[in-house]
Design a protein around this ligand. Sequence first.
Ligand SMILES: Nc1ncnc2c1ncn2[C@@H]1O[C@H](COP(=O)(O)OP(=O)(O)OP(=O)(O)O)[C@@H](O)[C@H]1O
Ligand SMILES: [Mg+2]
Length: 309
Amino acid sequence: MTALNIQNLSKVYENGKQALQDVSLRVPEGAFFALLGPNGAGKSTLINILADTVRASSGSVQLLGHDLLMERAWGKRHLGVVPQEIAFDPFFSPREILHFTRGMYGQSRDEVWVDALLERLELAEHANKITRQLSGGMKRRLLVAQALVHRPKVVILDEPTAGVDVELRKRLWDFIRELNAEGTTVLLTTHYLEEAQELCDQVAIINQGRLIASQSMQSLLGDVASSSLCFRYEQAVELSESQEQALQAFAARVCDGVLCLDLQHEGEHSNFDTAYQAARQCFGAPLDTYMRQENLEDVFLRLTHKDAA
Ligand SMILES: Nc1ncnc2c1ncn2[C@@H]1O[C@H](COP(=O)(O)OP(=O)(O)OP(=O)(O)O)[C@@H](O)[C@H]1O
Ligand SMILES: [Mg+2]
């Protein structure tokens, strides 16, 4: 079953800015899905369309088989959204906000679940303060609690950990992971790519309003990520034009003074030996040599830069 099926979604804002262009995306039920992209890529625009705070210019979205853009009331009951922008009525307390929010979805009062959320999001001791008195990180955690208070099947989090300190961030992710393990579908945006790599099983990348990748994390890191052979010398490497040309086949580049060459793999074989010899011919014997596998951040930077070029 598909949790979210987004088809040909486009958005042109009133000022003519095209923020989304023909984006099609499928989020399987039960997924832990990362929607990634640089600042201004269109992530929040997409999420705000799902949350009904921005109107799509064209395209369609199905939530668990229902037309989300038409069946808004149904959608709101089954979707929990943590928006990027924080906005609360400053004079209510977290506890009151959580009870009101359940009421708004037509659900009965549930002291046990509200207490559990306050506890898990480490807001219990602030539960009765007025929200104006909460810190930035506390308000963000309250947004998360608010998105979960009606126990939605699909949860969408737009940078839920922005401004949340390291330890709390870890515990927040533990909680979201538990909800996912119990069957909640999770879609999130974040600029912490290391966290996305660890948490998510699916990943999509948007750049300048267009989708440039959408696949399982494993296949992105297996198929698209490449490995490099790195050479460290006594002195930081500087590539002359002729050396760059001699090593062109390996896309030679210098990272933090270390020479890095692309390795190509074909089945059991790789070009390790030829890359190694070529580097020695240019720079002599290195102090040490090591392999480096690209991580999500490397792939992200490569794909978004290539796309922008
Ligand atoms: N209300 C608006 N009117 C006009 N343009 C807008 C509006 N909201 C966003 N934009 C523009 O649309 C583009 C996409 O913005 P969006 O907020 O969706 O990006 P994002 O991927 O969420 O970025 P970030 O990582 O910074 O949160 C940007 O160029 C932004 O300036
Ligand atoms: Mg955003």
